[in-house]
Design a protein around this ligand. Structure first.
Ligand SMILES: Nc1nc2c(ncn2[C@@H]2O[C@H](COP(=O)(O)OP(=O)(O)OP(=O)(O)O)[C@@H](O)[C@H]2O)c(=O)[nH]1
Length: 679
């Protein structure tokens, strides 16, 4: 075989010499298309050359002459001496011969070369230019490129010696490209025109090679993981990780996707880098390796593991460990984020605990709210409310009767104490008279004095302590609520509506306080709380007109009770008093007896002014009942006794708080005992 290639080599020289001698004319421009067209011809011609070489070199010159001109014209004049380059270039195709030249040298070393040689020319041509970098695909596409690079092929023959040393490393390097090439195979079938007949068998062989590759992966996986570290652990693990998936993708994607091959090459690049450098040294050899790799690849995979151990083994192990490692890595990654969120919930409980503690504290307060201690009983609440009044009164009484006999001075001192307690002159005289009639000249204790006082106050209050009676024959029973502003009219209306609705009565509310927007809104709130419809109008509207409309509405609705709120006016303002009179007058048009109840709220904290308020409202609005408000926490609860004694108006309720339940029916004995500090 060596002789065979030598003949070819010498033949090329002869052609070059002959061609140049014959043709001195300027070289025509290069026509790449023609060159491509020549490629297949060249292949066919090649065998002819071989034959003709042995027989006659003459016939070829004319044929190759054109190719030679083109090649020479490309400008390797410096290499004009290019003895062989020309024939190589003429082939076109230069790579073909270049390989041929390269082949002969390594071929002696590698005996199998002679046979693949004919096949080689087809593949190597495109491969040579492309292989140095992108071994697989670019080569065929760049076929024209190699032609313009005749100098490369020319130089190639120069380092023929290099291929000789290269051949040995090449077989080693071969394994590395081998895995990549099988992937590259798909692109080659595209180039099939040249190597098609010969390589066609190879690709199928390679295709199975790829499939076995993943199969090989599992066995060496665990052990190979370590070797991967040696060959290029860093690059491999990632490549391996992706490789398994890519293989599957490759199978699915089929040959159409050369990119996959590139991807794998990139993944495997760590190992190939060294082989590539070696390849760059000898292109012809590199080409050969391809052809050889393609065929032997299938064989190498299983059997040639030893020679290709470094590269071939690295590739598979890399793939295997990678997928395995990747999964565990993912598994590790997954748990990592889990612990991360865990700490987050931890802080949540922390603040939760804090909040809980806070909430507990806060809730503890509302729990205290059941301080319905006031709810324990209205009397207890009233007693607590009258405590101030009681303490002051009882304290003063005790100061008067401490180890003193009852005489005129003590009786006068007691009268003064009762009057300062707002009980009124009448009530004070009643108490002193009662005490003097039974205890005059005797030692009297404060307890005895308070008991007599409680009894006398009760006597005063009993006539006025009356329950509110509603004549439901009136549909509705109209309750007009009057009183000085701030005495608790609206609040009392809400409390009363709650009692009535709780008792099963239907109640309608009328917002007659058209001078204060807050009063209207406040009444609406009470209406919502008591589920009672509220009749309201715009701010500043005529209160009498509103009362009239509300009365009609209540009649139409069949309400049991209509409660009309009014504006709080100072009794000395004629206009305001006239408005109340007008309301009463208008209501009387619908029902002469309406309003059926006129309640006046009296603020217990007002003191003696409450007597005047009742006097005025009684005369203007016909007040026929009282609600003593704010008896809780006042020291002047005695005014109720004075009002009762003077006006003898019924006291239906007393307000002992701002809550809906803080409206209690008035009890003379309880109030009297509470204010006198008698248990
Ligand atoms: N402590 C206590 N406060 C009360 C009582 N009744 C009413 N109040 C409060 O007294 C204030 C005045 O009550 P209102 O109902 O608005 O009095 P009003 O007469 O309607 O006032 P105007 O709408 O201005 O005429 C409010 O803050 C009520 O919560 C009570 O019996 N005890």
């Amino acid at each position: 075989m060596a002789g065979f290639f030598k003949k070819i080599f010498s033949f090329g020289k002869k052609e070059v010499v002959e061609e140049r001698v014959d043709e001195t004319a300027p070289l025509p421009p290069i026509k790449w298309d023609q060159l491509d067209a020549l490629k297949p011809a060249a292949e066919q011609v090649v065998p002819e050359f071989l034959k003709r070489e042995e027989l006659e070199p003459a016939p070829h010159p004319p044929v190759d002459g054109e190719g030679l001109h083109e090649v020479a014209g490309r400008g390797d004049s410096a290499d004009a001496s290019a003895d062989h380059p020309h024939p190589q270039a003429a082939l076109g195709t230069s790579p073909i011969e270049g390989e041929v030249k390269d082949a002969p040298q390594p071929s002696p070393v590698e005996e199998p070369a002679p046979e693949p040689a004919p096949t080689i020319p087809a593949t190597p041509e495109p491969a040579i230019p492309a292989e140095p970098e992108p071994l697989p695909q670019p080569a065929p596409q760049e076929e024209p490129a190699p032609a313009p690079e005749p100098p490369a092929p020319e130089e190639i023959p120069l380092p023929p010696a290099a291929p000789e040393p290269a051949p040995e490393p090449q077989p080693q390097e071969v394994p590395a490209p081998a895995p990549a090439e099988p992937e590259i195979v798909p692109p080659r079938p595209e180039k099939q025109p040249e190597p098609a007949p010969i390589e066609v068998p190879a690709p199928p062989a390679e295709i199975p090679v790829e499939t076995p590759a993943p199969i090989e992966v599992p066995p060496p996986a665990a052990p190979s993981a370590q070797p991967t570290l040696e060959a290029g652990a860093a690059p491999h693990p990632p490549a391996g990780t992706f490789s398994p998936y890519r293989d599957g993708e490759k199978e699915a994607a089929s040959d159409a996707t050369p990119s996959l091959a590139n991807i794998e090459e990139e993944a495997s690049t760590p190992t190939p880098p060294s082989p590539r450098t070696s390849r760059g040294e000898g292109k012809g050899e590199g080409q050969r390796e391809r052809t050889q790799d393609l065929a032997p690849a299938a064989e190498l995979a299983p059997a040639t593991a030893a020679p290709q151990a470094p590269a071939a083994e690295i590739a598979p192990p890399i793939r295997q460990p990678a997928p395995i490692e990747t999964q565990p890595v993912l598994a590790e990654i997954a748990p990592e984020p889990q612990p991360v969120p865990q700490p987050k919930p931890e802080p949540k409980p922390a603040p939760g605990k804090v909040t809980v503690a806070k909430k507990v504290e806060q809730k503890a307060e509302p729990v205290k709210a059941p301080e319905p201690a006031p709810r324990r009983s209205w009397f207890q609440r009233m007693r607590d409310g009258l405590a101030r009044s009681s303490r002051e009164l009882t304290g003063n009484i005790a100061g008067v009767f401490t180890r003193r006999k009852l005489d005129e001075d003590t009786l006068q001192d007691l009268e003064d104490v009762l009057i300062r307690a707002d009980l009124g002159m009448e009530t004070a005289l009643r108490v002193t008279d009662a005490l003097a009639s039974s205890r005059y000249g005797k030692d009297v204790s404060d307890t005895e004095v308070r008991a007599i006082m409680a009894a006398e106050v009760e006597k005063v209050l009993t006539p006025v302590a009356m329950p509110l009676e509603l004549d439901l024959s009136h549909k509705p029973h109209v309750i007009l609520v009057v009183g000085v502003n701030g005495t608790g009219k609206t609040t009392t209306i809400g409390k009363l509506a709650a009692k009535l609705t709780d008792g099963g009565l239907s109640v309608m509310l009328a917002a007659g306080d058209t001078f204060r927007a807050a009063a209207i809104e406040q009444l609406k709130i009470w209406g919502e709380r008591t589920k009672s419809p509220v009749i309201a109008s715009k701010l500043g509207a005529d209160a009498a007109g509103l009362a009239y409309d509300a009365f009609e509405r209540a009649k139409e609705a069949g309400s049991d009770v209509l409660i009309i709120d009014t504006a709080g006016r100072l009794q000395n303002k004629t206009e305001l008093m006239a408005e109340l009179e007008k309301i009463v007058r208008v209501l009387g048009k619908l029902d002469p007896e309406a309003p059926h109840t006129v309640l006046q709220t009296v603020d217990a904290t007002t003191g003696q002014n409450a007597l005047n308020q009742v006097e005025i409202f009684r005369n203007i609005a016909g007040v026929n009942g009282l609600v003593m408000t704010k008896l809780d926490g006042t020291a002047r609860g005695g005014i109720l006794v004075a009002i009762a004694a003077k006006h003898k108006l019924p006291v239906y309720f007393i307000g002992v708080g701002e809550q809906v339940d803080d409206l209690e029916p008035f009890s003379a004995s309880e109030f009297a005992r509470a204010i006198a500090g008698v248990a």
